[in-house]
Design a protein around this ligand. Structure first.
Ligand SMILES: Nc1nc2c(c(=O)[nH]1)N[C@H]1C(S)=C(S)[C@@H](COP(=O)(O)OP(=O)(O)OC[C@H]3O[C@@H](n4cnc5c(N)ncnc54)[C@H](O)[C@@H]3O)O[C@H]1N2
Ligand code: MOO
Length: 397
């Protein structure tokens, strides 16, 4: 059986990087930058007032309380460059460009105004309350890097530097196929039937990632129906096909042979992990990558998080995700020799943030997933520490 890091390496090596496209900033949230963003502007673009008050020309020694100056004009944000030659003071608004030759802004609260004269209420030193040009972002600075997901902070910065179109990776085109004669959509169930929860889970997860779901089918345990679903996914030009179920050792576990008969090349089948051990991956030459997840719901969650997630990152040109190391409390012993994936919850012990494994986890139990804060993983037995990962790959930086 192949080890998890080796399986992941094979999978990523077979993953094509997608092309880029241009989209408007207003619809770019959640997309992944395809190229570094080099700022065409400085931020701030000019020296400006940090406070509403009075701009002064001040000698290096400053001015004492009681000093009076004649106010030349009111200078508001958006006013064009103005010069008040010979003037010692002008009224200024937050964000207004500092007029030529002025060096200090004294907030209105520290001034008294009478007619066109302003008097300082305290001793003042020069150079205060000015936001210098380029002190946030310099012209030509690489402010955001390729592979970064555009979050709301990135939108703020891109808008501030005047970028209205961004080059992003195109959305991956993904097909989802769930297998199982026992599966039904919502509504009353026949004897022995269950609701298909893997299909809606994968569709929701992929939508959160920003993938386009180009085909979705639920097929009974017959090779013919599965063949047709894979052909439909190929016809829909899928980059990736994710299947669930029928990948283990049972009589109806037809996925490996069906994919081989369709011409897919197996990358690996069965991984030294728990859960989701029967997981398989394959690749059609010049066609989609296929990740086949075992049917148990938590095997699907595991496979999505730790196999499909890394594939989606690689397609988007994102670097591999790095886990956070956390201290574990009360980790029960688990069987050695397998890479373990479990749900965890945050806790606090003696003011330290620690994690604990949730109780009663099993590949068929969905309820613990809904109570989890994070994934915890270990390449072997869980000890004092574990790797921590956000529950959803879309939440990883
Ligand atoms: N003799 C062996 N039996 C099993 C092995 C094994 O190695 N030898 N592996 C076990 C493990 S581990 C897993 S995981 C499962 C995976 O089996 P399959 O991928 O073949 O999945 P199915 O048999 O089709 O389904 C397993 C389980 O999950 C339920 N299921 C399937 N699809 C859905 C869905 N869309 N929504 C909700 N639930 C679903 C299905 O009804 C079964 O209960 O095999 C073990 N057995
Ligand atoms: O690997 Mo299976 O996913 O434990 O049930």
């Amino acid at each position: 059986m192949i080890a998890y890091p080796d399986a992941l390496s094979l999978l990523i090596a077979a993953t094509p990087r997608l092309a880029a496209e241009h989209v408007a900033l207003e619809v770019a949230t959640g997309r992944v930058l395809a190229a570094d963003i080099v700022s065409p502007l400085a931020l701030p673009g000019f020296d400006n007032a940090a406070m509403d008050g009075y701009a002064l020309r001040m000698p290096a020694a400053g001015r004492p309380a009681g000093h009076a100056a004649t106010v030349a004009a009111m200078h508001a944000a958006g006013d064009s460059t103005a010069a008040y030659p010979g003037a010692e003071a002008c009224e200024i608004a937050t964000g207004a460009r500092l007029p030529e030759g002025f060096d200090t802004v004294v907030p209105v609260e520290r001034c008294a105004r009478e007619g066109d004269v302003v008097r300082l209420l305290r001793d003042e030193t020069p150079g205060l309350n000015i936001r210098r040009a380029g002190s946030d972002v310099a012209v030509g600075e690489a402010v955001l890097h390729a592979g970064r997901r555009i979050d709301t902070a990135a939108v703020m910065l891109l808008a501030a530097v005047g970028i209205a179109q961004v080059e992003v990776m195109r959305r991956p085109r993904v097909a989802v196929i769930t297998t199982g004669t026992e599966l039904h959509a919502d509504g009353p169930l026949p004897e022995g039937g269950i609701h298909d929860s893997n299909g809606p889970y994968l569709a929701a997860s992929l939508a959160r990632w920003g993938a386009s779901i180009v085909a979705r089918s639920r097929v009974p345990d017959t090779g013919g129906a599965f063949h047709a679903a894979v052909r439909a996914a190929q016809a829909a030009d899928a980059d990736l096909i994710v299947t669930t179920g029928a990948v283990s050792a049972g009589r109806f576990d037809f996925v490996p042979t069906a994919l081989a008969s369709l011409g897919a090349r197996e990358l690996f089948h069965k991984v030294a992990i728990r859960p989701a051990k029967p997981l398989m991956a394959a690749r059609f030459d010049g066609g989609p990558l296929v990740v086949c997840l075992p049917g148990n719901p938590i095997a699907v969650a595991t496979g999505y998080r730790f196999f499909v997630g890394p594939v989606l990152r690689a397609m988007a040109g994102m670097p591999p995700e790095r886990p956070r190391r956390v201290r574990l409390v009360e980790a029960p012993p688990v069987r050695e020799g397998l890479h373990h994936f479990q749900f965890g919850a945050w806790d606090t012990v003696d003011d330290e943030r620690v994690a604990r494994l949730l109780p009663a986890q099993a590949a068929y139990r969905i309820a613990p997933f809904t109570r989890a804060d994070l994934w915890l993983t270990s390449s072997d037995t869980f000890g004092d520490h574990a790797d921590a990962w956000p529950l959803d790959p879309a939440d990883a930086p």
